[in-house]
Design a protein around this ligand. Sequence first.
Ligand code: NAD
Length: 513
Amino acid sequence: ATDFGIKEALKQLGVKDINNGTSTGNNSFSNGDFIESYSPVDGQLIGKVKTTTAADFEKVMETATAAFKTWRTKPAPLRGEVVRQFGDKLREKKEALGKLVSYEMGKSYQEGLGEVQEMIDICDFAVGLSRQLHGFTMHSERPGHRMYEQYHPLGVVGIISAFNFPVAVWAWNTALAWICGDVCVWKPSEKAPLCGIACQNIAAEVFKANDLPEGICNLINGDYKVGEMMTKDKRIPLISATGSTRMGKIVAQEVAGRLGRSLLELGGNNAIIITPDADIKMTVIGAVFGAVGTCGQRCTSTRRLIIHESVYDKVVNAVADAYGQLRIGNPLDENNHVGPLIDKDAVKMYQHALKKVVEEGGKIVVEGGVLSGDGYESGCYVKPAIAEGEPQFEIIQHETFAPVLYLLKYSGGVENGIAIQNEVAQGLSSAIMTNNLREAEKFLSQAGSDCGIANVNIGTSGAEIGGAFGGEKETGGGRESGSDAWKVYMRRQTNTINYTESLPLAQGIKFDL
Ligand code: NAD
């Protein structure tokens, strides 16, 4: 049996059997319990990571706050140059890191490579941005005065990430935070800690080569309790947290309680509206990749198809046919379309969803089930399933983080489809399949989709780093990655300078002494 080059990849990335989960760059130490990382691909133990204790965390925070004082004084384009080198290192390690992502998380090798490519892309974006951290200049109402605003580095940025994008989400945050002059403390998901170790090794090497101090890139490890050390810490002005809505509600309250800032990227319940004018072939590709890609474990995965009654049977038959051709198995084998779920808890949640939709009156259209036997030893492989239901079913109102696709029917105009699409608590990604300009524009208008992402003739899943990424309502309202998302990583200051010999007050107020 081939190991698909995993051993070699781990070696290249400096991931060992036992790793210190706390690091300030080149200096790593850790005194907590172990997290064992098992691959959902084959159930094998990949390695162990020692978690972060309160004392370890304190050491990290002291080093990070000291490093910030140096890092913030470096000109932003110089910080950009360091990020450029980091991007180059990622190019060198792309195959190894992509493989580890695939093996530890379970997504396909192609998607693992794609994730590393996203990291490279955000580095390129950040390098350019490092020369563009601009504020406005305004005209003052007072003669001989100049007024402008500028953006300054914020401080220590805390990053909490989810298992499903174990490396890219960190890079989205960290590449921008670094060029903004911030230092970062990252707690990866306890379900993918080795990806964190690998990334930290890559970053640390770059900072060392540039003679920069310890503490600009920091890593901590553990479960939610280690996350809480960050959310409660007043020395961290911004917490960027990616994960479930349940987690986001706790983090938001904790951080708001100390008047800190949070950037939240939480769950979605993404839908594609399929109108009578949809191109069915494109629809099938978009819907099937959206629903089964990453085994349904993307925040932007397609959860619901909202299909016009006039094309309902045609679409459902075509999608079900495509499901019949899916190959499920080792995601490192490029012949397979669908890999495993992250762990057995996720398998239970998947089974629960299928049971629940039937209990609520739904009908299974493509049968699910857990796979066993040769190649499926980890117990994490499931069959992507499709179920018909009603929009208001409780299970359909929630995010099912697995390959279960819900079919909903609408009749009448596109506004009825849009109403169903918006009738959930989440607001991340949405799409419409139509060649009808009026329908497309309605969907994109102020009366259309209420999501942070709204696409026409593209599925819900996957995004480019150039645009700001994030969603509304219970998805948390945060935006990261492209556009002007960088602003959240900086503090804003308005400056007024008087170059006259008198002191006129604003609004013409007289104050004569
Ligand atoms: P999760 O909420 O279980 O965990 C996410 C992270 O939060 C982990 O690192 C965890 O340790 C930490 N955490 C949990 N409770 C915490 C607390 N009270 N304080 C501090 N930290 C805490 O999520 P998951 O299962 O890893 O990921 C799946 C979820 O993430 C899905 O809901 C998915 O939609 C969402 N997600 C959203 C985006 C987005 O950009 N909107 C991207 C990826 C994933």
